[in-house]
Design a protein around this ligand. Structure first.
Ligand SMILES: Nc1ncnc2c1ncn2[C@@H]1O[C@H](COP(=O)(O)OP(=O)(O)OP(=O)(O)O)[C@@H](O)[C@H]1O
Length: 253
């Protein structure tokens, strides 16, 4: 069964048609990059999939179940995880406590006190940290970590919910080029190992063309092209759309 089917999504803000009849699919274990020049409708599409925005029209099917109309938390409960452009962790807690908090939340336990998190499923939290190569730093406060490491902790937090689909909004924003590729290589390995679909918006073309299985290109709210990284890079319409945008569809070395 197809993991995610986005069908004919439309969204208008005032007189602006932000997204018009956008459709695409995503299979389990696949990484799909949503790219396009500024204002193309990427965030709007992304937020309609996650439930932060309601579409005017169209459907978002997860394993054939329509998510449109559900609150973001209900969508999350159905297996849609999310990471943010600016990584969100509790700086005052340790690395492992952050993951323990996520496990508590997943287990639907009431947590008023961080001490509760501290006692909850530490071995499982450590196992998740091992998956993102952060087990050795488990007992450090998140506030002490380099930004690239915070992003990996955020990934472990997202994995604590065992998502079937992970939405990543510009996951590598603010990172150095080497770190960007490493984070998405790791995400790719995890997606394949867990059969987790990943939909991500991204401005870094080295990440898009190096790590995505497929690329969907939005321009002025419409899906211009969709295909393998190679097909997209060679597509004259895509190159035309990016002309003058300051972005270059450079070749992967
Ligand atoms: N809340 C809003 N109210 C009014 N207009 C909006 C709103 N959100 C987005 N838009 C408009 O919808 C269009 C698509 O915006 P969107 O943020 O989805 O594009 P984007 O591809 O994510 O751009 P960027 O790469 O710059 O983040 C733009 O013209 C934008 O100005």
């Amino acid at each position: 069964m197809t993991l995610l089917q986005v069908q004919s999504l439309c969204k208008t803000f005032g007189g602006v048609q932000a997204v018009h009849e956008v459709s695409f699919t995503l299979q389990a274990g696949e990484l799909l990059a949503l790219i396009g020049p500024n204002g193309a409708g990427k965030s709007t599409t992304f937020n309609m999939v996650g439930g932060q925005l309601q579409p005017d029209h169209g459907r978002v099917l997860l394993n054939a179940e329509n998510l449109v109309g559900l609150a973001p938390r209900a969508i999350w409960r159905k297996g849609v995880g999310r990471t943010f452009q600016i990584a969100q962790t509790f700086a005052s807690l340790t690395v492992v406590e952050n993951v323990q908090m996520a496990l508590l939340s997943r287990d639907q336990r009431i947590f008023s006190w961080w001490q509760r998190a501290n006692a909850h499923r530490r071995p499982d939290a450590l196992a998740l940290l091992a998956q993102v190569d952060m087990a050795a730093q488990a007992d450090r406060p998140c506030s002490e970590l380099a930004y690239g490491d915070v992003k990996r902790v955020e990934l472990a937090i997202a994995l604590a919910h065992d998502p079937q689909l992970l939405l990543m909004d510009e996951p590598t924003a603010g990172m150095a080029p080497g770190e960007r590729v490493a984070l998405m290589q790791l995400t790719r390995q995890l997606a394949k190992a867990r059969r987790m679909g990943v939909l991500f918006t991204e401005h870094s073309m080295d990440v898009v063309f190096g790590q995505a299985d497929r690329v969907a290109v939005l321009v002025r709210g419409q899906l211009l092209a969709e295909g393998t990284p190679q097909a997209i890079r060679d597509d004259a319409r895509v190159q035309q759309a990016y002309l003058g945008s300051g972005l270059v569809l450079e070749k992967q070395l």
